[in-house]
Ligand binder design. Sequence first.
Ligand SMILES: [Zn+2]
Length: 237
Amino acid sequence: MRTWPMHEADQIVSLFTRAQGRIKGVAKSAAKSRRRFGGALEPMTWVTASYVEKPRQELVRLDACEVIVSPLSDPVDYPRAAALEFYAEVLEETLPDHDPHDAVFRLLLAVLGQTRTSRIWMPVTYFSLWMTRLLGWMPSVTHCTVCGEAFADEAAWFHAQTDGLVCAREKRAGSRILSAESLALARRIFASPIPAFEQEEWPPSRAADLRRFATQSLERHLERRLHAAAALVKLAQ
Ligand SMILES: [Zn+2]
């Protein structure tokens, strides 16, 4: 997910593993020798990692990484780089250490496979919605959180400081609208695998309210701003 320089040419690497969830390790001489790690430490690279855990040490020793799929095997423009950075930041901030999460792992692989140049908005929207749900922070998209009535074909409202999605009657001052169209799209996203949306036109304006809603939920629970989310909002304008 991310690397940090350590002393000399060593790097600290944060990995999201299928078996153990998020772990951190040291890649010796990674900055110097590209022989052992090559491009495998680029964020959002899917690898087979060989590492050794040591007793009473938080950091594993990363011995080798073999690339399965690299994001760099497809062209990278600024929007695609911003989308990859968004996935990395959300995962890095939300995943606890040593806590496997297979559903998130599968979501990430599915989303990465769809994140191509000039078509990032569908996978970014899909990822932000599903991540929020898998973390347990997504309210009902069919019924008002306060009164319990079905939204039917109407819009809903959300507020930066409170959880939930409410009907027109319960909305507070300063709420933002989630259009009926976006709400219907959210229901489809929760009912369909990502390839179902592959053929759809997805300009940056489509479901921007839905992405804001999901991002605000993530940020409220994390109690911090997501920089990559702000970069994406700018990009969509
Ligand atoms: Zn209501």
